[in-house]
Every structure is written in C-alpha cells, then in structure tokens.
Design a protein around this ligand. Structure first.
Ligand code: NDP
Length: 340
C-alpha cells in the first residue's frame, strides 16, 4: 500500500478482496455470500467503477447488522415455465443469487434460444455489467434491469418516484459489447461521492426539494434526481419498474421504500435477467463474423469511443497499479475487517 496523495491511497486488489471478505464475514455473511459479494466489489474497483466498489461496503454491512440482509442465503432456482426461471434470493445480497441465476439460465437459453430469470427478494447494490459479463463471455447475449428506492422524479414531476433503475445489455462475439447505465441522469453513488468530496454534480443531475434544477449534490440528495434524456429516460425507468417489479411480483421503488428500514443498505427487490443465444436466431454460421465486421466499421469512425472501452482500459491499469481509494474509506474498511 502506498499513498498517492494526501487524500487517496493505492491499494492492491488482493488487499481490497481480503478486507471486504473479512468485513462481510465478521458482519454475518457465510463464505459463499461473502465471496460472491466481495467479487463484485473487487471487479468494480478493478474496472474503475468507484461508486460500486468498496464505497458500497458500508451499506452492505449496515444491511447485515440491521437484519434486513440474510448473510446466509442459499438461493434456489426453479423453472416455472419452459423459458422462465424464478430465483429465490432469500433476502440475501444479489451477487450469489445472480450467480445461481446465470448457472441455471445459460443452458436454458442455449436450449430455448431465449430464456428469462426473475430474481426475487434480492438486495442489489452493485454495477449491473458485473451481473451479465460472464454470460457475454460464454457467448450469450443478455439484458438485465432492476429498480431501487424512489429517488428520481419522472419527467414533469418534482417528487421522487422512480429508482435510478439501471439497465445493462450485452452482445457476445469478438467485441463482447456491454453497456450499463442508470436511467437517472447520474448514478446515485456518483452524487453521494460528489457530496463527500465537495464537488458539484453534473449539469442536469437533479432538482432541489422545491423542484429547482441544482448542481449541489446535497440538495439533489434531499430533492430528486432527474432521468437521463428527459421523457425518454423517464419511460425506460418506468419500463424497469414494470419488468423488475410488477411483472415478477416484486416491490416497485415506491413500494420498496415503504418497507425499507432506512439502514442505508440496498432495499429488497427484484431483477429481470434475459439471456439469448445468437446461434439460435437463424444465422448460426454467420452472426459472429457479421458482428465482427460491423464493429470493425464502427471502430473505424474517427473519435469513436464505445461503452466498455474505459472499463477495459481501467482494468488493465488498475490490475497493475491497484485501486485508488480515499484514505478514510480504506481505514473504515480495515476497521470493519478487524484489521486495526
Ligand atoms: P455512466 O454514465 O458512467 O456509463 C454508462 C455506460 O456508458 C457505460 O457502459 C460506459 O462505459 C458508457 N459510457 C460512458 N461515457 C461514454 C462515452 N463518452 N462514450 C461511450 N460510452 C460511454 O453510468 P451511470 O453513472 O449511469 O451508472 C454507473 C453504474 O451504476 C452502472 O454500472 C449501473 O449498473 C450502476 N447502478 C446500479 C444501481 C443499483 O441499484 N444497483 C442503480 C443505478 C446505477 P464505460 O464503463 O467503459 O465508461
């Protein structure tokens, strides 16, 4: 570990993993839950997604301590229709349930061409790309979404009603394309980090409690975030409330807030995960070469930068240099792990 500035420290990813796992075990997770949750924390740090890395550990621990999260959940997958699985996450953190979902969904998607998993009673707090990357790596397409707590005002309103509701899509092939973003203009973690670091939120990130546009992150956290792209992002956020909530019998964001204990951890909720096998859509011999040729044309455009490019570059760099963590965050994690 070496200090890179007064405020930040570079930490080897193996140390991040050791400390996160120890803290989760100490707060009541069993090995399987601690390992799966640690994996998504470390992968977020490795890919330069600070808002979903060690920054989230405190929320995970709060949810364990308050009893909202079941650190010993043993997720179960049931096939409830030819192309539909239901994964009971048993109020555990989502990573282990997502692992269970992927393992059951991949063979079903290969057999059916397209299959869905409804993950229910999960506490989701991570970046969605981490949930679909393994499917894309093994040659499947994927789409995943989840709701949250009401923090985003629908277009035209000033009070929060939608969650930040992320959506991730992946297409396999030589390019292995994945995008993943909140349907809010800015992920909430980014606004919390801006508040913590004394920075302004991006233009258009949200409204104060009176509905006036502001870049003050504290005012946005007490007011409402805005959807990205006006009515378009607002409609996508609504779609996600329906797919990850109503469709699968799980709380929408406003409903999740009514039962949440406010411990700062993730609320109970659902995720919808779809997987498809491109080899089953009528161009088994050609789709991969077609995709490669298409991406080659796209990449030839001057100035092009595709989703995932930054993450891949960060992965190569951070795997060598370590994660850049605020010293206070690292010290808190060490304390939670019992290392101070
Ligand atoms: P960003 O706006 O940072 O990025 C979204 C996507 O767009 C990424 O795939 C990113 O690729 C890509 N991208 C960013 N800038 C460009 C650019 N200039 N040109 C092309 N592509 C670009 O995401 P958000 O802030 O909206 O979300 C951050 C994370 O928060 C997501 O991982 C999301 O899953 C997570 N989240 C989780 C929630 C939960 O409840 N669990 C709730 C809300 C968000 P790259 O990564 O390579 O930069």
């Amino acid at each position: 570990m070496s200090a890179t500035s007064v405020d930040f420290v570079a930490v080897d990813l193996a140390d991040v993993a050791r400390v996160a796992r120890a803290a989760l075990l100490r707060a009541g997770c069993d090995e399987a839950n601690a390992a799966a949750t640690t994996d998504v924390i470390v992968r977020a740090e490795r890919d330069g997604c600070a808002s979903h890395g060690l920054f989230r550990l405190d929320g995970y621990l709060a949810a364990l301590r308050s009893g909202k999260a079941n650190g010993r959940a043993a997720p179960v997958a049931r096939q409830i229709a030819p192309g539909v699985l239901r994964i009971e996450a048993q109020c555990g953190f989502a990573p282990l349930a997502m692992q269970t979902a992927r393992e059951a969904l991949a063979p079903l998607a290969r057999m059916q061409g397209l299959a869905a998993a409804a993950i229910v009673d999960a506490l989701h707090f991570s970046a969605l790309w981490a949930d679909i990357e393994a499917l894309v790596d093994e040659g499947l397409g994927a789409l995943c979404c989840t709701a949250y707590l009401p923090v985003v005002a629908p277009t035209g309103a000033i009070k929060p009603f939608f969650g930040t509701n992320p959506l991730a899509f992946g297409f396999p092939g030589d390019e292995g394309f994945i995008f993943d973003f909140a349907t809010a203009a800015t992920a909430r973690g980014e606004i919390q980090i801006a508040a913590r670091d004394g920075l302004l939120a991006p233009e258009g990130a949200g409204l104060d409690a009176q509905g006036r546009p502001t870049r003050d992150p504290a005012e946005i956290l007490g007011g409402a975030q805005s959807p990205f792209g006006g009515h378009k992002g607002s409609a996508l956020a609504l779609m996600i409330e329906l797919l990850a909530g109503v469709l699968i019998g799980q709380p929408t964001s406003v409903e999740a807030a009514r039962e949440d204990n406010g411990d700062g951890g993730p609320p109970r909720g659902g995720l919808l995960l779809l997987a498809f096998d491109p080899a089953r859509f009528g161009d088994a011999a050609g789709w991969r070469a077609h995709a490669s040729a298409y991406f080659a044309q796209l990449r030839a455009l001057p100035g092009i930068r595709l989703p995932g490019d930054r993450r891949r570059a960060e992965r190569a760099r951070i795997s060598v240099e370590g994660a850049r963590l605020p010293i206070a965050l690292w010290r808190a994690a060490l304390a939670a792990a019992g290392e101070t």
